[in-house]
Design a protein around this ligand. Structure first.
Ligand code: HEM
Length: 451
């Protein structure tokens, strides 16, 4: 795939204006259409060369072999830094490395497995709630999934929810992410940070609420000296091996907020899309139910069952292919390098259009068809590993990947045997991508009790 010639598009001024408008609403609408059928496409957006890489081998060259020459994109930073400061997702170089080292023990496979009881307990609370609803009741599935994954992230990272108001957090995150499209466009235009835009004040209030609740929690823990086996205690205790200095309170808040933000909404969206796809494919849903029944012997799901839910795991991966919760990752090139035959220069931008890679005509047969058998072990072996990259690639790959996959399987296998969800007749979801990809207007489905 990599040898194909590069296609360059230079939008006219009128097209640029249209693209800017689209970028605010749904950034993936501005991708050149060829990202779905060519290995690499270049455009000159506002005078800056930008490379859209869909070829897995070229993604590996950029994100693995030349990772040290890349920084996160200025648009991403401008969108997220107001809330996440210099936390692990937004920091670069040594500052990033130190934070990744501190957080790593929480995400080792054995430690992640130890979170399963908390994951299942939160899922059971949702199952009980769903059981209390009348048959035929309509719910917004995304909202329910946000609640369950939020409880899990607080339990596992902060040892509990305390007085944090889940609904207010959900609204604050949504308000903040709505502003991300504007922030990215204004960064591309090099507009000053004070430039007003619709929803800016609301986003600011949301961000402040999130920072305040986390600051309160961190300050309390530092004051009381209470110890827990969680991320917050690791961050409070961490010392830089060279200087011996600890993380500042601001940096601890940056990180806790990063883990809360990155660690619940994404998994909630993966589950929301999975429930929708299963409702549309009853034959696949029946296979998942049969597997759960066989593994659990018809009893409620327990932690030790999750590793045996092979087909359920395939369903989650395929759902994340069709509707990737994160639709793109972007980088700014800090030092030039060769990308296959193409010279990439300092200052250029690189985008991996994850959604396009997952629907690429040269990588997938019938890319729009939902088929979990694509993730059977032999099928996976026959593809380049970067044909599927919902968690990113290279050293900045999602630290919570294993956590998210286990969590999604545990929640799905707890809820599905008790409740069938039905999509509204004739409903066709419109994915809107603002940092994360959600169904426009929410995912409204009706509840039917199975037993
Ligand atoms: C389905 C669920 C998830 C998806 C699709 C997802 C996706 C991603 C992606 C694509 C990146 C890379 C961004 C980039 O390269 O610019 C990332 C990074 C990250 N994710 Fe996730 N994520 C998920 C769940 C989680 C969970 C559960 C946690 C924590 C509990 C988490 C924490 C993080 C952090 C801290 C980073 C930054 C890592 C670094 O820069 O070193 N994510 N995630």
């Amino acid at each position: 795939m990599s040898d194909a010639a590069i296609l360059t598009r230079t939008p006219t001024r009128l097209q640029t204006l249209r693209l800017l408008r689209q970028a605010v609403h749904n950034p993936i609408d501005i991708w050149p259409p060829e990202v779905y059928n060519l290995p690499i496409v270049r455009d000159n957006f506002l005078g800056i060369p930008r490379y859209y890489i869909s070829d897995p081998a070229l993604i590996q060259t950029a994100f693995v072999d030349n990772a040290d020459k890349l920084h996160k994109s200025d648009q991403m930073r401008r969108a997220l830094e107001p809330a996440l400061g210099q936390g692990i997702l937004t920091a670069e170089d040594d500052r990033w490395r130190a934070q990744r080292r501190v957080a790593a023990p929480v995400f080792r496979p054995a430690h992640v497995d130890s979170f399963l009881p908390a994951m299942i307990a939160a899922a059971r609370a949702t199952a009980t709630h769903w059981q209390s609803l009348p048959n035929g009741e309509e719910i917004e599935v995304g909202h329910h999934m946000m609640h369950v994954t939020f409880d899990i992230i607080l339990e596992t990272m902060l040892s509990g929810k305390g007085n944090i108001d889940t609904d207010r957090v959900e609204q604050s995150v949504a308000d903040f992410l709505k502003s991300a499209g504007w922030a990215a466009v204004l960064a591309a235009l090099k507009a000053p940070k004070w430039t007003p835009f619709p929803g800016k004040a609301r986003a600011g209030r949301g961000r402040q609420y999130l920072r305040d609740i986390v600051t309160e929690r961190a300050t309390l823990r530092r004051r009381t000296g209470e110890r827990h086996d969680d991320l917050l205690s690791l961050l409070l205790d961490a010392k830089d091996p060279e200087t011996g200095a600890g993380f500042s309170d601001t940096n601890i808040v940056d990180n806790i907020l990063t883990f809360i933000g990155a660690g619940h909404e994404t998994t909630a969206l993966a589950l929301t899309w999975t429930f929708y796809l299963l409702a549309k494919h009853p034959d696949i849903e029946a296979r998942v139910l049969a597997e759960i029944a066989e593994v659990t012997n018809g009893a409620p799901l327990e932690a030790e069952h999750v590793a045996d839910l092979t087909y359920t795991g395939q369903v989650i991966k395929e759902s994340m292919r069709v509707y990737s919760p994160v639709s793109q990752i972007g980088r700014e090139v800090m030092q030039g390098f060769m990308l296959g035959p193409h010279q990439i220069n300092q200052g250029d931008r690189i985008v991996v259009p994850i959604h396009a890679v997952h629907h690429h005509k040269l990588l997938w047969d019938a890319p729009d068809v939902f088929d979990p058998d694509r993730f059977a072990p032999d099928a996976v072996k026959s593809r380049h590993r970067f044909s599927w990259l919902p968690f990113g690639a290279g050293p900045r790959i999602c630290i919570g990947m294993q956590f998210a996959l286990l969590e999604a399987a545990a929640i799905l296998a707890t809820l599905l045997p008790a409740t069938r969800l039905h999509a509204r007749p004739g409903y066709v979801p419109v994915p809107i991508s603002r940092v994360t990809t959600r169904p426009e207007g929410g995912m409204h489905m009706t509840v039917e009790h199975r037993r």
